[in-house]
Design a protein around this ligand. Sequence first.
Ligand SMILES: Nc1ncnc2c1ncn2[C@@H]1O[C@H](COP(=O)(O)OP(=O)(O)OP(=O)(O)O)[C@@H](O)[C@H]1O
Ligand SMILES: [Mg+2]
Length: 360
Amino acid sequence: MENTAGQLQINNVTKRFGAHAAIDQVTLEIPQGKFVTLLGPSGCGKTTLLRMIAGFYEPDTGTISLDGSRIDQLPPHQRSTAMVFQDYALFPHMTVRDNVAYGLRLAKVAKPDIQRRVNQTLDFLGLGSLGDRWPNQLSGGQQQRVALARALIVEPKVLLLDEPLSNLDANFRERMRWELRSLQQRLNITFLYVTHDQNEALAMSDWVAVMNAGHVEQWGTPRQIYHAPNGAFVATFIGTANLREATILRREREHVFVSLAENMISIPTLEASSTNESVLLCIRPEVIAISRIRRDEANVNLAGHVTRLAFLGHLTRYWVEVAGEEWIVDQPDPGSAEIAYEGDVILSFEPQHVHIISSP
Ligand SMILES: Nc1ncnc2c1ncn2[C@@H]1O[C@H](COP(=O)(O)OP(=O)(O)OP(=O)(O)O)[C@@H](O)[C@H]1O
Ligand SMILES: [Mg+2]
């Protein structure tokens, strides 16, 4: 089943439904053998893009290539891609074995070969004992594996997965994340995975394309899109962010000075930014410490007032008003602090944890 090809090139692809562009001039280079995720809110075009790659929709403009050859004109079964659908779409009138054999029968593979490869694939995915069952005799997780087996048996170069875990309970979903990730590494084929769940995207992916309204907003590693979002959309879609408008007052060597909540702060950055430029400052809730007292002068210190809080088990989230604006602050390990903060507090964070977003 091992395969080392699978570099996918999506070049300036647009797909309209009526006047609405579900995918609008998208260009993406999906590297071979990586776990790549399309992440974005409902309706942003994820399924539409996947279906164009699989061959179920035709792009209006643009090209799709695999290992340097165009595939966008080929029928689905000649593309070396396979797709796992969100609802699994197993054939209800076929046993597990026949479901898995389907793609090989379509390709007119010889009967003994089909039998051998079906057995191999069922064993590979831990389904060996379930071959004679019907889909309605399987749990959701088992159905999901059968759907995977049916896709993998054709030995695709690229496996396309459309929110395959969304029907599973939270604990099982977390285990399956890990299983899919290690499956991808064992097979060394390209996985293109669709989700609107940011945690899933961060936990599983080598690369993430954050999508919004038919566009790719940002391409990056999980750490890049979390720590260095390129705009307000990515900053707020991936996790929670305190975003503050600010103006660059001046630059001094490797620092810029900005004014924030009536304080002048100095932020270490090498990124180019010009005096008087309007920027957004992105400060994640977990880099902010909250206290009643104070103040480490090496840090940014902001005086505020707790307006509400929520105990979330592994942390306590505070909403704090600072100079008329609301800040969100996460405090870890609330179990060790018997008393929650209320009233007047000091928020404190290190300047290097402020990420500057240019040209908001
Ligand atoms: N066959 C279709 N005919 C008309 N409009 C469509 C069709 N398929 C999708 N759309 C529209 O295109 C846009 C993108 O849909 P798509 O299914 O790709 O979104 P998605 O990102 O997969 O969303 P979700 O996370 O909810 O699955 C939506 O506005 C949707 O209504
Ligand atoms: Mg979808």
